[in-house]
Write a protein that binds this ligand. Structure first.
Ligand code: ATP
Length: 212
């Protein structure tokens, strides 16, 4: 079983890392692949060069078995559509189970993703929720997505793709936007992201310019 965790990771922080690790352990994944996005479809492009975001990712997951980087979105041109990413991974892994992991914020905009229904052709979707929060589907979605939804983890192991699952995870209210703002205003980002990443940010003078 393989997990896919996409993001801009500008920079990677403990909100990403803790949830990636928890989902990896809950499902017993062989790999949790962190996939940095080149050209996001739904937000402005990150100012930080891909190689720097990659370097921070590498520092963050050093020695963490099972967490790995997949750089395929950086190696292709054009908008980084997740459906293309999943399709290309699917071509490499035959019928192994594939989990696309995302936060509830990402899930709430899923119907605006390019060819969003086709995501389920290639992977299951695991939505990371707050503990005790039930599945939250807005009405227009609920019919189609309800049919995909399962409460049985085994369904995700038994089929390569096609299910929707809500997995409670520890909530850390950390965002990359807030971290960039903290650094731009000369405040201290300690305890929000790994020290090695903070050192890298300082060394390369990242996020020093205040942006809105
Ligand atoms: P930004 O603030 O720049 O928009 P971000 O911190 O939200 O960035 P992204 O790199 O866009 O991080 O992360 C993408 C994925 O990580 C999404 O699926 C998102 O839901 C999830 N994610 C981000 N922060 C957290 C967090 N604190 N806890 C759980 N999941 C998170």
């Amino acid at each position: 079983m393989i997990g896919v965790y996409g993001g801009t990771f500008d920079p990677i922080h403990f909100g990403h890392l803790r949830t990636a690790l928890e989902v990896k352990e809950v499902f017993g994944l062989e790999q949790m692949r962190l996939i940095p996005c080149a050209l996001p479809a739904h937000k402005t492009s990150p100012d930080t060069a891909p190689e720097k975001r990659l370097a921070m990712l590498a520092l963050a997951i050093q020695n963490q078995q099972g967490l790995m980087i997949d750089r395929r979105e950086l190696d292709r041109t054009g908008v980084s559509y997740m459906v293309d990413t999943l399709q290309s991974i699917r071509n490499e892994i035959a019928d192994q189970s594939l989990l696309l992991v995302m936060g509830t914020d990402a899930f709430h905009s899923i119907t605006s993703w390019h060819r969003w229904k086709n995501l389920f052709d290639y992977a299951h979707i695991v939505v990371m929720t707050r503990p005790n929060a039930g599945p939250s589907l807005s009405p227009p979605l609920s019919g189609w997505l309800n049919a995909k939804s399962t409460q049985n983890k085994k369904d995700l192991a038994n089929k390569p793709a096609g299910c929707l699952f809500f997995q409670p995870v520890t909530q850390l209210d950390i965002s990359a936007t807030a971290i960039r703002e903290i650094i731009a205003t000369n405040k201290n980002p300690n305890y929000l992201l790994p020290n090695k990443v903070i050192d890298y940010i300082k060394q390369h003078k990242l996020y020093t310019c205040h942006k809105n």
